[in-house]
Design a protein around this ligand. Sequence first.
Ligand SMILES: Cc1cc2nc3c(=O)[nH]c(=O)nc-3n(C[C@H](O)[C@H](O)[C@H](O)COP(=O)(O)OP(=O)(O)OC[C@H]3O[C@@H](n4cnc5c(N)ncnc54)[C@H](O)[C@@H]3O)c2cc1C
Length: 400
Amino acid sequence: MSDVPAFSESEERQALRKAVADLASTYGHDYFVERARSGQKTDDLWAAVGKNGYLGVAVPEEYGGGGGGIGDLAAVCEELSTAGCPLLMMVVSPAICATIIAQYGTDAQKQHWLPGFAAGTTTMAFSITESDAGSNSHRIVTTAKRDGDEWVLNGGKTFISGVDEAPHLLVVARMEDAKTVPRPSDGREVPPNLKPALFIVPTDAAGLTAQQIEMEVVSPEKQFTLFFDDVRLPPDALLGSEDAGIEQLFAGLNPERIMAASFATGMARYALRKAVEYANDRTVWHDPIGAHQAIAHPLAESHIEIEQARLMTQRAAALYDSGDPMRAGEAANMAKYAAGEAVCRAVDRAVQTHGGNGLTTEYGMGGLVAAARLSRIAPVSREMVLNFVAQFSLGLPKSY
Ligand SMILES: Cc1cc2nc3c(=O)[nH]c(=O)nc-3n(C[C@H](O)[C@H](O)[C@H](O)COP(=O)(O)OP(=O)(O)OC[C@H]3O[C@@H](n4cnc5c(N)ncnc54)[C@H](O)[C@@H]3O)c2cc1C
């Protein structure tokens, strides 16, 4: 018997994909859109996925999880997305928050939080983005100050997903003792390179207010601007140790990018499947429109681009799960880029294939356009990935 080729997923992973795809097919895109447009959540889908152990597939077994890796969690995320019912909170809650807690939490924090992540009953939002810092996380100003045993948080965040769904929020803050420094170019006082610390904050904490941002993305998950006004937190709100903040943050970034890539390739597969169905069915001359190469070739190109992005995502996950964070980081960035490009092109081509129906509510293609564009912007923009690859992979100088 020949060895399983290194580029193929294990039988267990393939079985996991099939099980998730079967479950997700009983919900589908109509369910997702109906929930999103009526202002409801996809809680029942989340609960079903959690009950089957799929949300906790990467949580260590000793806390009740599946003991798998980020590749397993990414497979779950991709299959839900491929079925037309993506769960955006998967990118933040089990992928970023549970991973960081599992790697850096105190024993007490692991005992407290991980069984809930394993069962899918704990949901946690993640907040790093700030309006004035944007892609430059070094400039975040949300500040944590010690006051006796307690911590006091002040500042604000923006575009934070799922604050209305998650009872808790993982907040990236700057430690107060990291003071401002004069900027070499003009001597202006600016925050120094970030010394972050991560805090677990209840979303109903006194002093924390959330304002929903009206978005054009059709999704049950909403985004919020947050204001922290003297939010007092107990000592154990600090995740792990205050000296490991930057490592903690990096530990969450690779899973986030791998998950975002999977979210995108799933959506791209969904759009392509719909386009192919339509192209096989719709006839306006004597053959189905899919017989015209102007329709067929772009769809074939998308299939190739999606498969390339999936391969790079699986490679990134395999590197991450093998304990190689540097190479995983490069691959995760490239996977995220490839997936973002693939989904934007696939959705655009799917809309075009549908003609006027590409913009009808009935066919649901138009609603995917903004969702697909998100993959070029968040959690890291395509330009910041290109900066990373230019500098890290190619050794080119930095311009900013
Ligand atoms: C739907 C949605 C959900 C989100 N959910 C979350 C969440 O749950 N938690 C969270 O913390 N954040 C979240 N975000 C925020 C997201 O991560 C940011 O929008 C993203 O990182 C980009 O930051 P920005 O919007 O401030 O863009 P900016 O940083 O203002 O960038 C604007 C443009 O300038 C480009 N640019 C900036 N600097 C450079 C440079 N040096 N070189 C080249 N180009 C550059 C960028 O690529 C981009 O095209 C979400 C955003 C959206 C839209």
